[in-house]
Design a protein around this ligand. Structure first.
Ligand SMILES: [Cu+2]
Length: 601
């Protein structure tokens, strides 16, 4: 889609013209003109028409950056150079209001605000000295990054500085959220990855064994919890737009979910070892499902393609052949997972119940929420027959488990080639099989993109143990933080299904393991700590997202951890003598919100 020449000429002359189309930008082409060690870039901020949700969804009038003589894009042009390059950037403001531009300077460092009057221009020149991932953004007047809204929320772009010797191949994703008043009474929020919302985001293609680097820049006003299906990844750098820090090798844990706050960046590395269709998405329900306030999209193509998801989701299509599986340590471990729905008297907010009949699957709390602990063995083929006894379709995701895509619980997208994961219809059964290669703490949960199912309790802990070990609830304690049924804006948190959880009882004189899980819908910024008489106690971190932590991180320290939605964390506590501890959960920067007594007996 190229702007008609007349429109470009009129726009460049500062005359009103038909608004340009704002294109998505996959951040694979460096902008500007490179002349030896000098990059010259002419940026223009102008209005345009943006359709991140595809051609059938409403258009949004936004401001976006483009290169002079090029259509504007969201995110804006990619600045990508090798360290040592001198960068000259001119920003022209063709908007009707003053802009403040941020981020056009060398790092490490905090860039000065760069005001650009309507119709005016501003130039900067600097030498990019330090490799890393950074970003630039602009806003109307003095609006901070986390308060941008309709017009200016996609005015941003990436600055990537590569080492002089060059950088290995990577992909860069900008996370943004467009807020628009389709109806003046109701703001609609459209989260975008590189300027598009699922299913209109990119499908990436990779081969089995590829060394993949994904780099994420959060230029939106909210935090996110980026989750990869099917494989662990390793975060090797984390930044905040002023500086990008490499994480020392000894502190690089494996993870399946990484939290990213507004104005933060991270870089991760992963290797697909099985073919299939995989998702990389934000685990916040609000960022991966259509906004309930948005006009319904009934386009059959969109509905078929989306699988009920929308927003911060990209698909990775992996082709090739998986290496042969290691010999199984024992025969197939078979279980039945029965899902039932109990409607409450008001007709709102049903409760979902999970049972594993004829299997020793202990419950961690009275009542039906969360589901029982499903204990399986590392290296043993496992087959779970999921029976849907509810009137709704569903899908179950084995969060963090290394599994074949077809069994991963993403209906309409998961699978390999012609075999596509079906939803589990009411009355239907689906058998998921996997052989977990590592011991740790995982989650099973609905992937039906429906807050009713998640807040209704369709989730539970999945614990993988090494062969020969048994699950002993006297010393192995699962703590699962979820949400309960929602009527207002706030999501009430529950710990093991309760606002006021029952005491957790540790056995004195032995090591006790805590397995912390956050499956709370939209709470990316939980902090969990263990206290004794108001002071933070000590524990030894053992695992994250089902993977053992590096040895250098398995050392005794303060019993406090961030826990993002979609994250799990294992710690060991030496409960030498009887005493009273408390487990506390804090939401974001707010108050301690939930607490459970921990009785060491
Ligand atoms: Cu998100």
């Amino acid at each position: 889609m190229i702007l008609p020449l007349l429109a470009i000429l009129l726009a460049s002359a500062g005359v009103d013209a038909a608004p340009a189309t704002v294109l998505p930008n996959d951040n694979t082409h460096a902008a500007g003109r490179l002349d030896g060690h000098r990059l010259t870039l002419a940026l223009v901020a102008a209005n345009g028409t943006f359709r991140p949700e595809g051609p059938h969804a409403p258009a949004h009038d936004i401001a976006a950056f483009g290169e002079e003589w090029q259509p504007p894009s969201a995110p804006g042009p990619l600045v990508r150079v090798k360290a040592g390059t001198e960068i000259s950037i001119t920003v022209r403001n063709r908007l009707a209001y003053e802009l403040t531009v941020h981020g056009l300077c060398n790092r490490p460092g905090t860039c000065p605000d760069q005001p650009v009057a309507p119709g005016g221009a501003s130039s900067v020149r600097f030498t990019a000295t330090t490799p890393g991932l950074y970003g630039y953004w602009a806003a109307a007047g003095t609006t901070p990054l986390d308060e941008r809204s309709t017009a200016d929320s996609e005015l941003n772009g990436v600055i990537a500085v590569d080492p002089v010797e060059g950088a290995p191949p990577d992909r860069i994703f900008v996370v943004a959220i467009l807020a628009d008043a389709i109806d003046l009474n109701d703001l609609t929020f459209i989260p975008t990855m590189n300027g598009a919302s699922w299913p209109y985001t990119e499908r990436l293609h990779a081969g089995v064994g590829d060394d993949l680097r994904f780099r994420v820049v959060n230029l939106s006003f909210e935090s996110h919890a980026m989750h990869l299906h099917g494989f662990h990844f390793q975060v090797y750098a984390h930044g905040d737009l002023t500086r990008d820090r490499q994480i020392p090798l000894s502190r690089r844990s494996l993870a399946v979910t990484e939290r990213i706050s507004p104005g933060e960046t991270f870089s991760m590395r992963w290797m697909p070892t099985r073919p299939g269709n995989w998702l990389f998405h934000c685990h916040m329900v609000a960022h991966m499902t259509p906004d309930p306030a948005a006009p319904a999209n009934h386009d059959p193509h969109d509905m078929r393609m989306s699988g009920g998801m929308a927003g911060l989701v990209v698909g990775v299509i992996v082709t090739g052949t998986a290496p042969p599986a290691p010999a199984a340590s024992a025969g197939v471990d078979r279980a039945t997972m029965a899902i039932t729905r109990e409607d409450n008297a008001s007709g709102k907010h049903p409760t979902y119940r999970v049972d594993f009949p004829e299997r020793n699957a202990p419950r961690i709390a009275e009542g039906s929420i969360p589901g029982p602990v499903l204990v399986v063995q590392r290296g043993r083929p496992t087959a779970i027959s999921i029976e849907n006894h509810t009137p709704d379709p569903t899908a179950i995701h084995w969060h963090g488990i290394e599994i074949d895509s077809y069994f991963d619980g993403v209906p309409g997208f998961g699978g390999n080639g012609a075999s596509v994961t079906p939803p589990i219809a009411p009355g239907g059964t689906f058998v998921a099989t996997f052989t977990p290669p590592r011991a740790g703490t995982y989650i099973y949960h609905t992937h039906w993109h429906d807050l009713d199912q998640l807040s209704g309790g369709l989730y539970g802990p999945l614990v993988v143990l090494p062969p020969g070990q048994t699950f002993d609830p006297a010393t192995d304690h699962v703590v699962m933080i979820g949400v309960t049924n929602i009527d207002g804006e706030e999501e009430p948190l529950v710990l093991n299904g309760k606002r006021k959880p029952a005491p957790i009882v540790f056995r004195a004189g032995v090591a006790n393991r805590l397995r912390l899980i956050n499956i709370s819908g939209n709470n990316v910024a939980l902090v969990v700590r263990l206290t004794e008489r108001g002071e933070t106690a000590a524990w030894t971190p053992r695992g994250r997202d089902g993977a053992a932590l590096p040895g250098a991180m398995q050392v005794s320290g303060v019993a406090r951890t961030p826990l993002t939605v979609g994250g799990t964390f294992d710690a060991e506590i030496a409960a030498s003598r009887p005493r009273q501890l408390w487990l506390e959960v804090r939401r974001g920067t707010g108050q301690w919100e939930l607490q459970a007594p921990v009785d060491v007996k």
